[in-house]
Design a binder for this molecule. Sequence first.
Ligand SMILES: Cc1ncc(COP(=O)(O)O)c(C=O)c1O
Length: 424
Amino acid sequence: MRRLQWARAQDAADVLAPLRARFALPRGADGAPLVYLCGHSLGLAPHAARTLLEAELGHWEQQGVRGHEHPESHWIGYAEQLQRPLASLVGAQPHEVVAMNSLTVNLHLLLASFYRPAGQRRAILVEAGAFSSDRHAVASHIRWHGFDPALELIELSPRAGEDLIRIDDIEARIAALGPRLALVLWPGVQFRTGQLFDLACITRAAHAAGGSAGFDLAHAIGNIPLALHDDAADFAVWCSYKYLNAGPGAIGGAFVHQRHLQRDDLPRLAGWWGHDARTRFEMSPAFQAADGAAAWAVSNPPIFSAAPLRASLPLFAEAGMAALRRKSQALTGYFASLVSELAGERVASVTPADPAQRGCQLSLRIVDGATAGRALYQALSARGVVCDWREPDIMRVAPVPLYNSFEDVLRGAWTLCEQLPPRR
Ligand SMILES: Cc1ncc(COP(=O)(O)O)c(C=O)c1O
């Protein structure tokens, strides 16, 4: 009771708390909102998403093909309208970002430009246990160039007995690869452990070795403040169905640093939407690249998967990323302290304890083993706590500052600890 009062007092004092009402909260069979702690997988729907989707449907019904140029719908310029808010989330200039496709497709497009193996310089460094799609993508590019991923795909593991990769070890491996290094592809926040990485440091090390640095921001965008331009990252890609709340399979995005935007020597896979918008419809056989990262766009944008993103991005501007980050650290810190107090040695957090080295997510390992962990995850699900399970032994929870409350955190952590086997 004392805890519940405390959590409710935090919510009452939280200036961001009213934003929760701007989201649809999934409900259980009894009609009560679930404790949704799964924004690291699929963010919740802003109510405005329905409004904007219905508006686009209406434009299609009423204007047909004229919707492309009609001032109300303006589908031709739809992706451009996402550039500014996305740029502010990733710390870029608007012309360095483009909304297009989905994450892995964008990764392929940027690998086509930035993975140019030459001589001995053909290795790609990734973290061991990288998201499968990223690994498939980089391995396929190595093969595409006629090389063997068994030799050129280098996977850096944590030290024996550790879960997290030390930044010193990343720098040391990059330096050791030296003239062999073509590219480092690294996550902003690692999907399994929730570890947040110093992108500036990784970029510096990659450049010092003569390679490039690209980032997968699937778990970072909308979760932590980013500064891709100042960090000098070469490129980055992301999806927008996690912390950006744009819905399943929503339009992804990409960043290309300004210093690459005017390069004639950088090959690019092209399509008509990457052509200069001013002359695109002349349909000339000669490709004239659009200014900025938009040159990497290939096809016209999927309006129905972009409309929910237009509904969600203004909420970040309204709240401010610094305030969201402060609340996120408070919520995740509260979850971590409740688990440590209530579960003791029965649950180990794999995610860094230092708030500066993590985002919203906590990755928890149930000390009694993977079978007990999976059973616990199922018990939580049956009790209306939505989180997820990553094989072999990780339960992921993520309080999201846009829509989660301190009371959600208390209920989630309390239910988790209640379902644990008794202390020995
Ligand atoms: C870290 C990471 N990379 C890549 C992907 C793949 O994204 P997509 O299916 O949009 O290509 C995901 C999807 O969840 C992810 O979490």
